[in-house]
Design a binder for this molecule. Structure first.
Ligand SMILES: Cc1ncc(COP(=O)(O)O)c(C=O)c1O
Length: 412
């Protein structure tokens, strides 16, 4: 594949491997405009008096085969609502992965719960169920499983843990629309699951979120939790627990509905491009694509590959810079900005709320060494985007870029 490429890296003045501009396309169009126009014409933007948010909830639940979907203002709100719906007393612990977005963690902290971080699997970078098991204590109140990058985590193992210890499992599917685990859709297995509609996700309404559940009591509490604990269904205004306002507006609902019509096509396209890239990269010495376990459908929110540092004598940072120069956009800091989340200042300094270490517990300190696989990942992994508008030629040229850079670092 790389035979006809010049030896000289673009970083050193050679011609870049990516020669043509990336395929482009619009994410929003006539359908979004039409549904937005209907909302404006209705003169109602408030979800409870409108139709679009309710229609979105119905359609989302139908597509996932779940009894209830609850729409809200963001993926962060969705996790907060899910955790809030569980009604855990402050001080209980919630186990989650050490490589995720802060949006997984914000709601845990706001509920006065203590995040406990498990290590990741070295082949997938999803939470390792063995590490999660080691962190279970009598204080464990929930496990939040994140399907990182569009690849399902090992749900059978997490569901087994949940059953064995009587712990509810929440799935954070913010990055994993339509992603499959052994024939089941990610988001259909936990007692609650959450999604994000932010700008970067497979589908977007600017900002938005969704929660799925089959449980009527959880649905009811979730709907109160996103709306100041106002019992709108019963026309009662007498809040009995603390709840924020995480309403989705009709404007977001309209765009989200239009986007939902496109989601299957988007994930199919990303899957086809991502698996093509996998095939190319599998043949490059020193480079290993993220492992997609048998029976899983990866939907490539991000494309990840690992560098074998025994073959390529360079840290991910150097590889990344050379690949960027080849015209292949990529990053070496995963989704967290370069460290496992427990090494963020908020955890190391226990500074969630001013003047207090609440809700952190003296028994749970956060420090380097907590999750060795996650920490090492920042030396070895590269992420790239696989947008649905990319062409096969884009993928082939991206692979050429990776091959060219790998060849150079292998020969060094
Ligand atoms: C795994 C995960 N959880 C939660 C969130 C939060 O979603 P939002 O940005 O919509 O609040 C994100 C967003 O990037 C995410 O990737």
């Amino acid at each position: 594949m790389v035979k006809d490429l010049p030896e000289t890296l673009a970083l050193h003045g050679g011609p870049p491997a990516k020669r043509r501009p990336f395929g482009k396309g619009r994410r929003h169009g006539e359908r979004e405009k039409r549904l937005l126009e209907e909302v404006v014409d209705s003169d109602v933007l408030f979800y409870f008096f409108g139709a679009k948010v309710f229609a979105l909830q119905e359609e989302f639940a139908r597509r996932y085969g779940k009894r209830h979907a609850i729409a809200c203002s963001s993926g962060t709100a969705a996790v907060h609502i899910a955790v809030g719906a569980l009604n855990l007393p402050p001080g209980r612990e919630v186990i989650t992965t050490s490589i995720t977005d802060m949006g997984t963690l914000t709601g845990i902290l706001y509920q006065g719960l203590v995040p406990v971080f498990a290590d990741v699997d070295p082949g997938t970078l999803n939470m390792d169920p063995v590490s999660a098991r080691e962190r279970i204590t009598p204080k464990t109140g929930a496990i939040v499983v994140v399907h990182h990058s569009g690849l399902a985590a090992d749900m059978d193992a997490f569901l087994a843990l949940g059953r064995e210890f009587g712990i509810p499992i929440i799935e954070d599917c913010a990055q994993a629309f339509c992603c499959e685990y052994r024939g089941r859709l990610a988001g259909t297995m936990g007692v609650l699951s959450t999604f994000s509609l932010n700008h970067f996700k497979h589908i977007t309404c600017g900002s938005g979120g969704l929660v799925l559940t089959d449980d009527e009591a959880l649905r009811y509490r979730a709907t109160l939790f996103l709306d100041k604990c106002y019992q709108r269904e019963e026309k009662i205004r007498n809040p009995f627990f603390l709840a924020p306002n995480y309403q989705m507006t009709e404007l977001q609902g309209a765009v989200a509905l239009a986007q939902l019509e496109k989601v299957s096509e988007i994930v199919e396209r990303r899957n086809a491009l991502g698996t093509r890239l996998d095939r190319h990269l599998a043949g490059i010495p020193g480079v290993t694509p993220q492992v997609t376990p048998a029976g899983c459908r990866h939907t490539y929110f991000l494309y990840l590959f690992r560098l074998d540092r025994a073959v390529l004598r360079c840290p991910a940072r150097e590889f990344s810079a050379a690949l960027n120069a080849e015209g292949v956009p990529n990053a070496d800091h995963l989704i967290t900005g370069g460290r496992p989340v427990y090494l963020y200042d908020i955890f190391v300094n226990r500074s969630a709320f001013p003047g207090t270490s609440y809700p952190f517990s003296p028994e749970r300190i956060y420090q380097r060494g907590d999750c060795p696989v996650a920490e090492a990942a920042f030396e070895d992994w590269i992420t790239m985007n696989v947008h649905e508008h990319y062409t096969q030629e884009d993928i082939d040229e991206m692979a050429c870029g990776v091959a060219k850079v790998a060849r150079w670092f292998a020969a060094r």
